[in-house]
Design a protein around this ligand. Sequence first.
Ligand SMILES: Nc1nc2c(ncn2[C@@H]2O[C@H](COP(=O)(O)OP(=O)(O)OP(=O)(O)O)[C@@H](O)[C@H]2O)c(=O)[nH]1
Ligand SMILES: [Mg+2]
Length: 645
Amino acid sequence: MSNMEFRKKLHEYSRWREKLIRSIEMYQEWRNRYGLSDPHSLETILNILESLHADRIKLVFAAEFSRGKTELINALFFAETGVRLLPSSPGRTTMCPTELFYDKEGGSYIRLLNIETRLKDISLAELKNTPKAWTQIDLDCESPAQMQGAFKQLVAIKTVTKEEADKLGLIDENDDNKIVNDKNMVEIPCWRHALISFPHPLLKEGLSILDTPGLNALGTEPELTLNMLPSAQAIIFVLAADTGVTKSDMEMWRDHIRVNKSSTNQSIAVVMNKIDTLWDDIAGGYEESINSQVKTSASILGLSEDLIFPISAKQALLAKVKSDQGLLEKSRLSALESYLSVSILNQRRKILKDTVIRDIGFLVDESSSLTDIKVVNAARQLEEFKKIDFENEDIIGKLMAETRDRQNAYATNVDSFQASRRVFTVQAKILTESLSKEKIEEVSLSIKTEMSKTLTTYGMKQQIRRLFDNLRDLLQDCIDTTNETRRLVKAIHKKFHDEYGFKEIEPKLFSIKRYQVQLEQLFEEGEAFRNSTKTTMTEQSAVVKKLYSTLIAKAVYILGKAEKDAKAWCSSVLSPLMHQIKDHKKQIESRLRMLRKISESKGSVVENIKHLEEELIPLKKQRVELATIVKAMNLESTFTVEERS
Ligand SMILES: Nc1nc2c(ncn2[C@@H]2O[C@H](COP(=O)(O)OP(=O)(O)OP(=O)(O)O)[C@@H](O)[C@H]2O)c(=O)[nH]1
Ligand SMILES: [Mg+2]
């Protein structure tokens, strides 16, 4: 499979996503058209649309220095420029994490963030939203040479005193910072992070690449390990065939790559690069040599052999630039390209589908139940009318009296629903308040204050444990309130089901579980980071501080999301019932109107029945339209809408 194939598959994927977006937009229009929209469901739908629009396939390349990450990126994606677009050379090359993507609004640029920003207590995520914090160089996409020139910044270094480097958290006891002539001076990267945007076809389709420097970047920038790696669709870990799995490869794998594996939505592949170094090594024994390296690496890393790709990035780049098919085959790049085109893209599709089902599946199910109920009730009323002996005035009088009684009894029940709703509102308030921003901030602030007073690693460790314990408690309290709220919602539904035969729509359940899992995972990742061999965890060091502020920010974000979801749940969980109540009221009124017309001899019975039949038509149309929209979503889900007319 060639790069063209990957491009084709990526294009198919983005077309599929666009179709999904369009069908969700159609669904929202359908809800509007039939007066079924409410502010909260609208917000839910707009949120999912926004996340689909912002969707990117993120690939992260991580490894020790000089394994060939950058060369591999050049070979996989940018060979058609005819040059080695991103700088790659022997020894340490890439000096700062580099993100490549396409920013439609911003155009073509490289933005560079000063290394000194490490001293500020502002997260990388926030800095990314502050363009003026970055130095920008515009790119001329027509000229690969100009781009190549600008990208030289990615390898820029400068010399500073050891003290300065230490203050920045860039002195690594286990790793020898390159010492220059003067013993007191060391070389450090000029830039902390680079963002590159240009309209390359793959980037335009939503591909985003993160090239990391081997220079212990993962050990010094907690946000990379704790935020950017977990959010990637796939991590590609690179080894070199000429060195095998070294001790430092293993450390990086264990401390920073493998921990992310707990998230099942992420793929990890290992590239065994530089197989060309074995080409003329052993006459005839080349294949066996590669196979045995793959086997050994798979067993050391605890990974399946199919996920290890022996390739030569350098020869692949050369082959593509020179259009040498034989050499390209020899480089074995295509196996990795197939993996990216098929496995990674399919998995991403599945993730998007699951997210859409999770976030709006209940709304679609609800719409389908409600439209079904409307059609069934209207048809039932029609059949009933067809059977009535309208010549008999007594019967009509009796029916009218009966319907009026029903109307009165119903009004009383609606009052009681309003009372239950008030009880529900109180419960809902307790639920959302138990997760309120103020509560969470109170917890995190007290921990931060304690932490700044602590001067030992042990003390800080205790504080971070306390933070997670407190947040766990918050979630636990919330579980109890959620259960009570859930019981109340069920009881309200049951009443209307028992007394009026309302279809018992299973209320969507709000679950805290997801957030509990995320919190535990974050805690584990934080622990792994803190214990990583390459991180100098001296008390109050720049890296430790960054680690803890990243952990706190992420934990606060998780709880914040839980609160938002709880709020949305509280405001929407009763709406299907409210729609049914409104419909039921309309139905009784329409029945009374009809009986009144007949008793006053306005229009013939036949005409009135015809009128009822006509009323059924738009209801059926509404149902067919919904079925068509759901079919267009093509989610192979549990949606129950059937195509009936
Ligand atoms: N023989 C051979 N050399 C390669 C191959 N891939 C990369 N190299 C060379 O290995 C050196 C390092 O490659 P880079 O791509 O800069 O490595 P990196 O992993 O990005 O290194 P850092 O940016 O320092 O982390 C360069 O001199 C490349 O030309 C390969 O497949 N075969
Ligand atoms: Mg590199």
